[in-house]
Every structure is written in C-alpha cells, then in structure tokens.
Design a protein around this ligand. Sequence first.
Ligand code: ATP
Ligand code: MG
Length: 446
Amino acid sequence: MIRKLLRRIFRRPEDNARTRASHSGPVHIALAQHGISCDALLPAARKVCETLQAEGYQAYVVGGAVRDLIAGISPKDFDVATSATPEQVTAAFRRARMIGRRFKIVHVMMGRDTIEVTTFRGDSDAETDEHGRILHDNVFGTMEQDAERRDFTVNALYYDPSNETVVDFHHGVADLKQKTLRMIGDAPRRYREDPVRMLRAVRLAAKLGLAIDPDARDPIRSMASLLENVPPARLFDEMLKLLTSGHAVRCVRQLREDGLHHGLLPLLDVILEQPMGERFVMLSLERTDERVREGKSISPGFLFATLLWHEVLADWEKRKTEGESSVPAMFEAMGAVLDQQGEKLAITRRIATDIKDIWSLQPRFEARAGKRPYRMIELPRFRAAYDFLLLRAASGEVPQELADWWTDFAAADGSAREAMLRPEEAPKKRRRVRRKPSASQSVVPE
Ligand code: ATP
Ligand code: MG
C-alpha cells in the first residue's frame, strides 16, 4: 500500500520515459509493409479474433506469433489479447475454459487447437517484493497499457486479422527489421520487476538472430543475481524453454561470451565451469538443437541428465575415494546433485525420476558377461540410457569401443550375441563378492 503510494508520488525519470514512449501513440502498419496476410494465421486464432470482434470487443493476435511471422519463423503458438474480460470471453465460445487464480486467462478450444486468450493487462501499480519483483500482475488495462507491460518492443505487436494491420506501440517492427532486441522502458527496472526477462532476452536474441540493444544488455551482468529470487518452478520452465529452443548452443555461447553465466543460473555455472564436462554438454546441446530443428521430440529428463552428469561423476568419485562402495556412492551422488539443483530449479518429480533412471544404468554398461547384457537390453529405459552412453563415448569419457559393443549387441541375433560376451567377468566370481558380509571387505581388490 505504502509502496504504491510512494511510487505514485516519486515517479522516476525512467517511468516518464515509458509514459512518453507510449503517449506518442501506436503506428498502424499495413499489409504492404509487414507482408503478413491473415491466411498465415492459424485459422483458430483468426476465428477467435473475429468472434470477439463481432461481439464488440477489441481482439488481436499478439506477441510471439506476430513477431515470428514477420521474422519468417513459424510460430509455436498463437495468443490473442482482448478487451473482453475472461467471463465475457468464456461466454462467447462453446468450448472455453478459464484458468489461473489471480489473473484469469481463457483457453478457447477449436478443433484440435487451443488459443490462449488474455484480457489486456495494466501493471502500473502491481505489488512488488523488496527487490522490485512484481508479485501479482492482475489488473486489467487498456490496449496501450497492455503493450507497455510486455517485455521487448518486438513482442508488443498486435495483429488485427479483419484489416491485416499490425498495431505497433513501441516501434517493434522497425526493431525487428533492424535486428535489435530492445526493452520497452527502462531495462534495469524491467529486470527488477521480472528477472526472468534477462533469460528471455538471451533466448529471444538467439532464436531471432537479434542483437540485444546495449541498454538492455549491459545491466544483465550486474543484475543476474536477481534470478535467485525467482520461484524455482518458473526458472525451470524458462530454462527448459531456453535449452529446447533449437538454439541452445547459441544461447549458452552468448551467455558465456558476455560473462553472463556467472550466477545467472546454478545450472549454467555447472555446465560452463567444468572443463571435463563441457565437451559432453555442448555435444548434448548440439544434438538437442538438431532434434528440435528436425521437429523431433525432446526428453527433458535426458537433457537435464546430460547437463548434470559430470557433477554426478565428480561427486561419485569423491565419495568412492572417501571409502564408500561404488553403487551406494553413485546413488548418494545422484541425490546430492539433484537436491543442490532443486534449490534453485524445480525439476519436477517425473523428470527427476527419468534422470535417475538414465544415470543409474550407466555403470551397468560395463558388465558385458553372463546374463546381464541380456537383461539390460530388455529394460524399458535401455534406449535412453544407451543414447546417453553414445554421448559419453562421443565426448571421450568412455571408449568408443564400449558404445560400439552395445550397438552391435543390441543388433545381433542369438548366437552372435553369445559370441560377443566377455568371458573374463565370470558371474560366479561376482556372486562371491556380493555375499561378503561387510562393505569394507567388498572393496578389497581380488
Ligand atoms: P516463444 O513463444 O517463442 O517462446 P514468446 O515471446 O511468445 O516466445 P511467451 O512466453 O509465449 O513468449 O509469451 C507471450 C508474450 O507475452 C510475449 O511475446 C510477451 O509479449 C509477453 N511476455 C511473456 N513473458 C513476459 C515477461 N516476462 N514480461 C513481459 N512480457 C512478457
Ligand atoms: Mg509464445
């Protein structure tokens, strides 16, 4: 309450700059200049706008979709912004569902598509924490206010399918053409309001091939630590978006070039500060980028398993040298690494299970005798664990020969498989080791 009052009285010059920018009024850009005909839209998005407009509301396709179409990229999703309240939107469609507690948005279902419809939002008096981070952003606003609370100028574009015009409040189309990612308003203030915008800046610049405007880029280094105050679940989502954007390598390189990875995210520190793991991680990100670009699916569990693997290896080695026996030490190390990341990054339980499955199978690739290889290839997680092994071999962590052996073994028929088994690891000997009573005895070399 008091903070709101103070903010109103002591408006900073940067606030005035924001106000001034938006008061100059929007530019209406015609089809001939932007080149996006309404046929380029997902038909469902167009229909949602038409229906709302027919009811007398303003309705536009907004944000990433308009930006991507102008940049010649096919949009991931189509969002609509409207002057209708969530209740009015819901009433206008047969299949619509309101979601969210504080700021409600509406999912309108049309055939197999879902369009996210958001009421214009204003943020002038949003409640903030002690660092200036906006906690609740739940005030309806005008279209102009809605444009002002968006992050980058290229994201504040509104497309009206009825006249194929782009309404541009902050010169986003010009910035897009000039390949610049520019923050709306004062960048440090916008980062304080929502530190995730720093990650979005890097991701969107990499995705769209834009240079981050120095005003938006320079503060990131000193403000990166504000990401610590962001809820871990949100950071996880954003990090996943960054890593599965199809431009993960470029994003991570840029973060490093600018020295932004320090403290930006614990996970990135981990990735980029470990010389041993760097090759492995970069290979994994390259393959992920390739898969995204080929339209193939990405398993977040696999991805995070690769990113954190060398942390596990280091911790595992440490525990073994301290005298813990191999298998329990491995499980302890996995738990410790996931816990440490979990403080900052809410890795969901399902993904954590996938990660552990992949990790825990790695030592079992060493066993190439007896029945164990047969059991191994029957496991449901064999394929993921095997792909992981291929990456370990490609990065030089384990001999290529080991990976090739498993490739051949999986492809071979019954008798060929038998011929491949290694005789020296007699199963009998291992059974004897397992029967030994104490852990300290079992680590004595035979
Ligand atoms: P993409 O969908 O390609 O990942 P996007 O920019 O569309 O990128 P979304 O998360 O889909 O990202 O957000 C949709 C729109 O909402 C953005 O274009 C932007 O206008 C606005 N937006 C998203 N996140 C923020 C934020 N943190 N601060 C301000 N505006 C935001
Ligand atoms: Mg989007």
